[in-house]
Design a protein around this ligand. Structure first.
Ligand code: GAP
Length: 497
């Protein structure tokens, strides 16, 4: 059954995964706050990525362990860095305004339907419109039979003299859309008391920038040898024209990025290696690889720095029959180090200790959104089940689940809360666990199902008398009885799977 985004967003709010930022003031478009469980889930994904990349990185294609170090760099850097990286001049989206509805769109996300019979009534749709919505609106506005009566182009490819003929997605009249204009997506501020241009600073739009700026520092202060990687996880900011689809495209988000530095001759080997590693990672954290589509991004669609990119696109609930980007693995050439070397005047070449060769290494960059990864985990986990009181449960892989277990006394009397509390005190030394004493047991199971807790341990009269406990498994709802003394080992074994 298809997951409805409205249901997923409602569950996230109801159970404390994700809230609209500043909700009591009506929210702020493109910003989200992570609640108690969302923070745990995000941390679990981040920590697993860090473990895979930095703490225990994989064995490379030549059988040697790969070497990766981590960084945590400033969000605001010297503004010259963003001139060098091309962000000041080129980090733009084409933006279109509707003078009537006051809505704003990305020109490359608007599809314009042009009647094949030469009529001048052009109708635009935002890219989230479903096939059904498009068919109905065309029928209503233009009395036409089918989509086949139109040619479709994106608004940014439409000849300028035709713009006045377009009816925007949220109006009924022609000529309300403006010409596209380039809009720089970097947020800016002013450092210090004065707010002149000389004090203008930018919030980083991608976390990798701090890695390139510290390439020399890492080489000088550690014993890394080519090839090696530098990893960073952190916030990035983009003033997106149209933030949408819950946390998918937001204005403040988190990225997990690895910059893998190697000799140009070794690029093909390492590119393939990192694509395979990233597939294994998403599989490991519980994403069905059948829902991922691997796209070789064609010339013209790649970022300005990229010589080759493979996008991992996931079938999010709002993707319909299509897919949307979760991660990209890019070959950035030596674009960044070349630019920073030129703009800063600092030599960034690597000197091979054996051959004395000097060169600017090339970079393979697996880059994914941490927050977008959280949305993939939430989407994957949301499982509709009309046979249980909650109507749905979150099928997180146990190691990713915010809570690993819940301890639930059947009733809040007859010695059961005391036994439950003792077990809770033991387990909380090892895992994130919940102790929930009061309320009808069915409601407590429903809550744990909705937050994706894989195991519930129910304490009943037998627990008090005989030291046993009933384990309820989230997905099957099957129950088995084990000894209370065995619960820790039981959970350790299950979570290691
Ligand atoms: N350093 C390369 C880079 O930033 P990107 O394709 O622009 O490349 C990488 O971004 C990843 O960051 C994307 O695959 C996506 O997961 C995430 N991302 C980008 N923009 C985002 C946004 N506005 N909101 C949430 N995640 C975003």
């Amino acid at each position: 059954m298809t997951v409805d985004m409205k249901d997923l967003v409602a569950l996230c709010k109801r159970r404390g995964f994700i809230f609209p930022a500043s909700e009591i003031y009506g929210g702020i478009n493109g910003f989200w706050d992570y609640g108690p469980l969302g923070t745990e889930l995000k941390n679990n994904l981040r920590d697993m990525w860090w473990k895979w990349m930095v703490t225990t990185p994989p064995i490379g294609p030549d059988g040697q362990p790969v070497e990766i170090v981590g960084l945590d760099t400033a969000i605001i850097q010297n503004p010259k860095a963003w001139e060098a990286s091309g962000h000041v001049g080129g980090f733009n989206d084409p933006m279109v305004d509707c003078k009537e509805s006051k809505k704003r769109y990305r020109a490359d996300h608007l599809s314009v339907y042009i009647p094949r019979n030469g009529d001048t009534k052009l109708i635009a749709f935002d890219r989230d419109a479903t096939d059904d919505e498009i068919a109905k609106r065309l029928e209503k506005m233009d009395n036409r039979k089918s989509v086949a009566d139109y040619d479709i182009v994106t608004f940014d490819k439409l000849p300028i003299d035709q713009i006045e003929n377009v009816i925007g997605p949220d109006t009924k009249t022609q000529g309300t859309l403006t010409e596209p204009r380039q809009f720089n997506m970097m947020f800016h501020s002013y450092a210090g008391a004065a707010s002149g241009d000389e004090n203008k600073v930018y919030l980083r739009p991608e976390t990798c920038s701090g890695i390139f700026l510290n390439f020399k520092n890492v080489m000088d202060s550690t014993r890394v040898k080519m090839p090696f990687g530098i990893a960073q996880v952190g916030k990035a900011f983009r003033n997106e024209v149209t933030p949408r689809n819950f946390i998918f495209r937001s204005r403040e988000f988190e990225q997990m990025e690895l910059e893998w530095f190697c000799h140009e001759d070794d690029v093909p080997k390492w590119f393939d290696f990192w694509v395979e590693q990233r597939k294994k990672f998403w599989d490991f954290v519980g994403i069905d690889l059948n829902k991922i589509h691997f796209l070789e991004v064609p010339d013209g669609d790649r970022a300005h720095y990229s010589e080759k990119t493979t996008d991992f696109e996931y079938q999010f609930p709002f993707s319909g029959d299509g897919y949307d980007e979760l991660e990209g693995v890019a070959h950035r050439g030596n674009f960044d180090l070349t630019q920073h070397q030129e703009f800063s005047g600092t030599k960034l070449q690597y000197i091979d200790p054996v051959t004395n060769d000097r060169y600017l290494p090339h970079v393979i960059e697996p880059s994914c959104g941490l927050t977008r990864g959280v949305l993939a985990l939430l989407s994957e986990a949301y499982t509709i089940d009309e046979n249980r009181p909650s109507g749905a449960y979150m099928n997180f892989k146990p190691s990713m689940a915010p809570k690993k277990a819940a301890i639930l006394p059947l009733v809040a009397k007859d010695g059961m809360p005391e036994v439950a509390t003792k077990l809770y005190m033991e387990l909380r030394e090892h895992f994130a666990v919940d102790l929930d004493i009061k309320q009808n047991i069915g409601k407590r199971y429903a809550r744990q199902d909705e937050i994706g807790t894989p195991y519930c341990f129910t304490i009943d009269g037998d627990s008090v008398a005989n030291g046993t406990v009933t384990v309820r498994e989230r997905n099957t709802m099957s129950q088995e009885t084990i000894k209370i003394d065995d619960v820790l080992t039981y959970l350790q074994e299950k979570l290691a799977q």
